[in-house]
Design a protein around this ligand. Sequence first.
Ligand code: NAP
Length: 258
Amino acid sequence: MTTAPLFDLTGRRALVTGGSRGIGQAIAVALARAGATVAVTARSKNSLAETCGAIESAGGTAIAIAQDVSDPDSARDGVAEAVRTLGGLDILINNAGIEEVCPSLDVAPPLWDRIVDTNLKGAFFVAQAAARSMRDGGNGGAIVNLCSLTSYVGVPTAVPYGASKSGLLGMTHALATEWAPLGIRVNAIAPGYFRTAMTEVFYENEDWQNRMLSRIPLARFGAEATDIGGVAVFLVSDAAAYVTGVCIPVDGGYLASI
Ligand SMILES: NC(=O)c1ccc[n+]([C@@H]2O[C@H](COP(=O)([O-])OP(=O)(O)OC[C@H]3O[C@@H](n4cnc5c(N)ncnc54)[C@H](OP(=O)(O)O)[C@@H]3O)[C@@H](O)[C@H]2O)c1
């Protein structure tokens, strides 16, 4: 026997929120390469063409769905469309997220709401809709939430974001215990520093890059094409059948160092 079948997702039906670019795109492609059929969502269906093309080029099947996770009705409808099209749901990657840095003395309620409604409230109502479908399907399922280093440590000017991601870690722990009897595992990934549209603004500053690199033991930034998809595949596969309620940092050792 080889270990590969443990990681095989053939026949699994997956939904990846925020799959139009960056980390969500990389995870969607990795799930498809492992054999899953993948529905990807973003606020505009047009923005999903690149991801669907990459999945189809890899021999997979992709479905694009418009969904705004910050709106509970749209969150629920997007999951319902995925369930309808895929014939059920086995895997959810709760990846959609936004960040806007702002000094805490200047944070206004609309900024707080925008970030928390997307990253935390959105993730909850997507997970709830997905878990209802998994319960009705009777075969359990696997959910992965995209947390952050800010789930663990403080980053100045990122307080609404850090609060949303700390909340998401708490939600991961609580849902893992509540939904274990349904056969639904709930885990998380905390990416370190990956250069994406969300974080591009920081990378334009060379001093910032050097400061960060000096704090990452593996001495490089994350590469979403190769560093993150495999961890997601592991967490949703049978290889992780006895793993629930954990968050795996994918951060080059950042959180392990002082
Ligand atoms: N990059 C990093 O270093 C890093 C570090 C830690 C954690 N993370 C987390 O990893 C996840 C992905 O981040 P990323 O860096 O890949 O960001 P990104 O490149 O900006 O991608 C974010 C994705 O979320 C979608 N999205 C945003 N708001 C949405 C909404 N209301 N409804 C549905 N989709 C929405 C975006 O699609 P549209 O704009 O087309 O709707 C896009 O597909 C996020 O949860 C982020 O917090 C990233």
